[in-house]
Write a protein that binds this ligand. Structure first.
Ligand code: NAD
Length: 423
């Protein structure tokens, strides 16, 4: 029997009992945190499924390790493996400086068209946090991963491209006057499409339906960027009403009822929708959202946003629940099934091979991977073990420094702490 995970015609993954899953251990602290992660994942699967299920790992090369072995930062073979086996996991990668590739992560996302960057943000009891009520933070961010200013269409000040673009704006659009210093302006283009926005927002809504979550918030800067961010919001509302019908109540519907009748009637409709378990789809301007996640994080559950906003928001929320050492992530194409689960922190090169860094980000990304392939029982035991280790204050240096009376563990010892607890 094949060991490949495949996408079924019904849009569900077919997962064999011994799926082959490619991994990239990563650069810098990658090997330390990957070793710890692999030990915990294997142990949980073995303990829960008693040998009936087992992950068959194969290594893919990328980053410095690949460069040293093959002369390439991202060998074609790696992309082939990631494509062929659908689901993979990776540690952090060094971004090559001055090379042909801007970022290996961006290259992977583009090659596999991984349009959702999924970042769950939740607080584990006892994790040191800079906010007063980190327990109120429990959100899942859906960040669009393939468009926006990240498309990389830019023109440097003084270049031929910049001059031509300026000329075009002056001659064809009559917009030259809006550019304050034409001679010294660089440009960046922000492509945002209806197709790209809809597939991201659809994924966020489906997630909310499956997990029975109360709200989906479209976070945007449409008050300023009307045709990109503003359209993202409008397309989102239209899609929610068109495809999710009775399952949702949108803020756009609220506005319509208010305009046709009055505010009381709109509030009444909202109340009724919430009482009958409908998902509230609303929108929040990005700057206000960054304020609200400090003031009232409990008001948000699922967040759908464009690429750049998502970048800022993910880090701000990660900080609220304990920082990058514990924030997991995944890049997913829900149509093809392709998914790359990843540590969200970088390679922290100063700490390479010190066996001191926190492996929780990659371990929790592994938990997301187990959930994604439907091995939820194994995911649950790891989560429980991780929560217990933090409660017992047996932690790595990042948390140790911020906790009173904690016990300092090395990366590998933290993994052992979890495996002991799983058994
Ligand atoms: P970084 O995340 O590597 O490190 C910043 C600081 O965060 C570290 O000095 C350390 O104090 C702390 N930190 C990071 N991971 C931690 C962990 N697991 N446990 C405890 N503390 C941790 O960011 P950087 O220094 O800006 O980037 C270093 C390299 O990593 C660069 O080459 C960058 O391009 C790359 N990078 C890769 C990814 C990725 O592969 N997803 C993400 C970000 C940065």
């Amino acid at each position: 029997m094949s060991n490949k995970i495949t996408m079924g015609a019904d849009g569900r993954l077919n997962v064999p009992n011994s799926p082959t899953i490619p991994f990239i251990e990563g650069d810098g602290i990658g090997p330390d945190v990957w070793k710890a992660t692999k030990a915990v994942l294997d142990d949980a699967v073995e303990t829960v499924y008693k040998g009936e299920r087992k992950i068959d790992w194969i290594e893919m090369l990328a980053g410095e390790k690949a460069f040293n072995a093959t002369g390439e930062w991202l060998p074609a073979k790696t992309l082939e493996l990631a494509k062929e086996y659908l689901v993979s996991i990776k540690g952090p990668l060094t971004t090559p400086v001055g090379g042909g590739i801007r970022s290996l992560n961006v290259a992977l996302r583009q090659e596999l068209d991984l349009y959702v960057c999924l970042r769950p943000v939740q607080w584990f009891h006892g994790v040191p946090s800079p906010v007063r009520h980190p327990e109120h933070v429990n959100m899942v961010i859906f960040r669009e991963n393939t468009e926006d200013i990240y498309a990389g269409i830019e023109a440097q000040e003084g270049s031929e491209k910049a001059k031509k673009l300026l000329q075009f704006l002056q001659d064809e659009w009559g917009e030259g006057g809006k550019i304050r210093f034409p001679e010294t302006t660089s440009f960046g283009i922000k492509p945002v499409s209806k197709d790209g926005s809809e597939r991201l927002i659809r994924a966020a809504l489906q997630y909310a339906v499956e997990k029975k979550l109360p709200t989906v918030s479209i976070v945007h800067k449409g008050n300023i960027m009307k045709f990109t961010e503003g359209s993202f919001k409008n397309w989102g509302y239209e899609l929610a009403e068109r495809e999710f019908g009775e399952k949702v109540f949108t803020w756009a519907q609220w506005e319509k009822i208010k305009a046709a009748q009055n505010e009381d009637a709109a509030n009444q409709a909202l109340k009724q929708a919430q009482a009958t378990g409908k998902i509230l789809v609303n929108d929040v301007i990005a700057d206000n959202f960054l304020q609200q996640i400090l003031l009232a994080p409990q008001d948000f559950s699922v967040v759908a946003t464009l690429n750049l906003n998502g970048d800022y928001i993910s880090d701000a929320l990660a900080a609220a629940v304990g920082g990058i050492g514990i924030a997991p992530g995944a890049n997913i194409n829900y149509k093809t099934g392709h998914a790359v689960f990843e540590a969200t922190h970088g390679t922290a090169p100063r700490f390479a091979n010190t066996n001191t860094m926190n492996p929780s980000s990659l371990i929790l990304s592994g938990v997301m991977m187990l959930e994604y392939i439907g091995w939820t029982e194994a995911a649950e035991v790891i989560l429980k073990a991780l929560k217990e280790a933090i409660m017992r204050k047996r932690v790595t240096i990042d948390f140790y420094k911020l906790m009173n009376d904690a016990t300092l563990l090395k990366t590998s010892e933290f993994a052992e702490e979890l495996t002991k607890s799983i058994k």
